[in-house]
Design a protein around this ligand. Structure first.
Ligand SMILES: Cc1cc2nc3c(=O)[nH]c(=O)nc-3n(C[C@H](O)[C@H](O)[C@H](O)COP(=O)(O)O)c2cc1C
Length: 337
C-alpha cells in the first residue's frame, strides 16, 4: 500500500500515542498485522538540547519496518534541526504533530495551535522539508474549533510544499476527546483527493474498522485506542465477518510474553518495564470478568516476576472465555493528538 512515496504493509496503521508507541509496542503491533506505525510525539527542543530521555524516544527496533518519527514544536528552525537529528535514526518518514490539544503544548504554539494561522504553514513546512531527505508527513485535527474547520486548507498548503500525506483525527481541538469523530467530514475531505489521506478516530472494534475500510474514501485508516484493549484488532479487521477465528486468553498471554521480551531488549530499567507492562496488561484484560480485582492484584505485586505470575494465572483461568469489551463507556479520553 502506497501513500505518496511511502509504502506500508497494509492500509491499517497504528496511531501515535505518547508513552505508549515506543519501539517495543510498535514492533509488537507490526507483527500483529498493522501496516505501519508512528512514534509518540517527541519535543524538537528536547532533541536539540540533547536531552537523554528525549533521544531515547527516537529509538527504532531493527525489525521495525514502516515507522515514522513524530516531532512537535512551534519554531520552524528548531523543528528542521531536530528533524535532521531524527532522520539519522533511519525512520521511513518524519511526521509533524499538529493535533495535540494539551495546554502545555498549545500555549507555546505547538500541536493543534499550528492550525490557527495557516498563513505561516507554507514556510513552516518548507523549512522542515528542505532540511531532510526522508518524506515529511503531518497529523492534524479537523480544525481548531467548529467555526474554523480548515483541514482541507491545511492539506492544500501541505501538498504545495511536498508533504507526502495527511492523517486527520476527526475532531477539533476544542472537542479534545469529547463527542464522536466526524466521519462525514473526514469522508468529504478524502473525496476531494487533495493529498493521500489517513482517516482516524473511534475505530474501536474490528467490525467498525472493517466496515469503514470497505466503504471509505480515505487511502488508509489509523487506530489508536482500539489496539490497546484488543491487540488482535488489525488481524480481525482483515477477516471476513463470518470467518471463524477466535483469539483466546492464551493468545493474549503470548502477546504479553512477547511484549515483555521486547521491553527487556529496549531498556534495562526494570521500573520502566514494570510500569509499561502492568498498564498494557490491564488494558488487554478489558472485557474479561474480574478485571477490577486483577488490576488490584497486579498493582500490589512488588516486581516483574510477580506481575507476570499474576497475569499468567488470570489468563489461564479464563480458559476459552470470549472477550466482551463495553464500548459504551469512555476509554482514555485524553491524549496528545
Ligand atoms: C493516550 C494517548 C496518547 C496520544 N498521543 C498522541 C501523540 O503523541 N501524537 C499524536 O499525533 N496523537 C496522539 N494521540 C491521538 C491518537 O493518535 C488518535 O488521533 C486519537 O486517539 C483518536 O484515535 P482513536 O479513537 O483510534 O484512539 C494520543 C491519543 C491517546 C489516547
Amino acid at each position: 500500500m502506497q501513500l505518496g512515496s511511502i509504502s506500508f504493509d497494509s492500509p491499517l496503521l497504528l496511531a501515535p500515542m505518547s508513552s505508549i508507541c515506543t519501539a517495543p509496542y510498535r514492533l509488537l503491533m507490526e507483527e500483529l498485522g498493522c501496516g505501519g506505525t508512528v512514534s509518540e510525539l517527541v519535543s524538537c527542543h528536547g532533541i536539540n538540547y540533547k536531552n537523554e530521555k528525549t533521544h531515547k524516544m527516537l529509538d527504532i527496533h531493527k525489525r521495525e519496518k514502516n515507522i515514522g518519527l513524530q516531532l512537535f514544536g512551534e519554531d520552524k528552525e528548531a523543528m528542521a534541526k531536530a528533524a535532521i537529528t531524527a532522520q539519522e535514526r533511519n525512520p521511513k518518514f518524519i511526521d509533524i504533530n499538529m493535533g495535540c490539544p494539551v495546554r502545555k503544548v498549545v500555549s507555546k504554539g505547538g500541536g493543534s495551535a499550528l492550525l490557527k494561522d495557516p498563513t505561516v504553514l507554507g514556510d513552516f513546512f518548507s523549512t522542515i522539508k528542505k532540511a531532510i531527505e526522508v518524506p515529511l508527513t503531518i497529523k492534524i485535527r479537523t480544525g481548531w474549533d467548529s467555526d474554523s474547520i480548515n483541514a482541507p486548507e491545511v492539506a492544500h498548503i501541505a501538498k504545495e510544499e511536498g508533504v507526502e500525506f495527511v492523517a486527520i483525527h476527526g475532531r477539533t481541538r476544542t472537542q479534545a476527546y469529547k463527542g464522536k469523530a466526524d466521519w462525514e467530514l473526514l469522508e468529504d475531505v478524502a473525496k476531494e483527493g487533495i493529498l493521500p489521506m489517513i482517516g482516524n478516530g473511534d475505530l474501536h472494534t474490528a467490525a467498525t474498522t472493517r466496515n469503514r475500510m470497505n466503504n471509505t474514501n480515505c487511502d488508509a485508516l489509523m487506530l489508536g485506542r482500539g489496539p490497546l484493549r484488543n491487540p488482535f484488532i488489525f488481524l480481525e479487521s482483515y477477516l471476513k465477518e463470518d470467518d471463524d477465528i477466535f483469539f483466546s486468553p492464551q493468545d493474549h498471554l503470548e502477546v504479553i510474553e512477547r511484549f515483555k521480551t521486547y521491553m527487556e531488549e529496549y531498556t534495562d530499567r526494570e521500573r520502566t518495564i514494570l510500569i509499561t507492562l502492568r498498564k498494557n496488561i490491564v488494558w488487554m484484560a478489558a472485557g474479561y470478568p474480574g478485571v477490577a480485582q486483577f488490576r488490584n492484584a497486579m498493582f500490589t505485586t512488588p516486581d516483574l516476576d510477580g506481575t507476570m505470575e499474576v497475569a499468567c494465572e488470570f489468563f489461564h483461568n479464563l480458559g476459552n472465555m470470549p472477550k466482551r469489551i463495553d464500548h459504551s463507556k469512555d476509554f482514555m479520553a485524553g491524549g496528545h493528538g
